[in-house]
Design a protein around this ligand. Structure first.
Ligand SMILES: Nc1ncnc2c1ncn2[C@@H]1O[C@H](COP(=O)(O)OP(=O)(O)OP(=O)(O)O)[C@@H](O)[C@H]1O
Length: 258
């Protein structure tokens, strides 16, 4: 099976710091791939490279077997890679519906839409409601409620629903549970599984080992700017993973990345 998203030999330097040092990366279709690593290992830089937020100095990125060259997050988004950052890009004062669309609004049919740019609000509200429903997020009562009135978990839910709604091929979640309580984290983990069950692969960056071990199919361990190994969470303990991450222990040969 070919990876849906693949990085080869990625290098990114910031002055004297090499944040990515000939790094490889593979996301397989339909999987949840966790990316773990110590602070400063280069996880965010890797994610920025595959999501268009940073241009690598060297190396190649392939999406569905085609080489891609992203110059901005918009390029990546248009190609089907949606990133949900911990600091959610949402407008708190706007409604859930408006936040779901942001730049992709449905216009009225005919000249009212094309000339006067009038929005088809009923269609937008229906779409938003359907999408939240599909993902079991209808604890949200009112689709026209401002996002600032939602709980942290619900906001994360809206952001993930937005990513899942627009035909994404890959969803990247950066520390989705970091700011959440136990119950809200639970909801977000369930939501991640739901998105996976729709066939959309997910890259999950997280420092939370129990969460990683609960949902990930494979774990990419990042150390010193590159992929050290990829492990199956069923074969290792959380303390093994942390030991690989920090360099306290070396992974066995068969799991080492080339
Ligand atoms: N814009 C930048 N300018 C200069 N140095 C940077 C920049 N972005 C990242 N770095 C450096 O690159 C290295 C990798 O950083 P990165 O943020 O990718 O690590 P990380 O694994 O995501 O860390 P954390 O878990 O702490 O978020 C670090 O040494 C960091 O200081």
């Amino acid at each position: 099976m070919e990876p849906i998203l693949k990085g080869r030999n990625l290098v990114k330097r910031y002055g004297r710091v090499t944040a990515l040092d000939h790094c490889d990366f593979d996301l397989m279709p339909g999987e949840i791939l966790a990316v773990i690593g110590d602070n400063g290992a280069g996880k965010s830089t890797l994610i920025k490279a595959v999501s268009g937020a940073a241009t690598p100095d060297e190396g190649e990125i392939w999406l569905e077997g085609r080489k891609v060259d992203f110059h901005s997050p918009i390029d990546a988004r248009e190609a089907g890679i949606e990133t949900v950052y911990q600091t959610l890009a949402m407008s708190p004062a706007l409604s859930i519906t408006d936040n779901m669309f942001m730049g992709r609004e449905i216009r009225r049919k005919g000249p009212l839409g094309s000339v006067f740019r009038m929005l088809d609000r009923p269609a937008m509200e229906k779409f938003a409601r359907d999408k939240l429903n599909e993902l079991g997020l209808m604890t949200i009562q009112n689709i026209n409620q401002a996002v600032e009135t939602l709980s942290g978990g619900q906001r994360q839910g809206v952001a993930v629903a937005r990513a899942a709604a627009f035909g994404s091929k890959v969803i990247i979640l950066d520390e989705p549970t970091a700011a959440l309580g136990v119950k809200e984290s639970r909801r977000v983990l369930d939501l991640i599984q739901d998105v996976k069950s729709r066939g959309i692969p997910i890259i999950l960056i997280s420092h939370n080992m129990p969460h990683v071990f609960e949902v990930a199919d494979r774990i990419h361990v990042h150390r010193l700017g590159k992929r050290l190994c990829v492990i199956d969470p069923k074969d290792y303990t959380m303390s093994d993973a942390v030991a690989f991450m920090t360099g306290a222990k070396e992974p066995p040969e068969q799991d080492r990345a080339a």
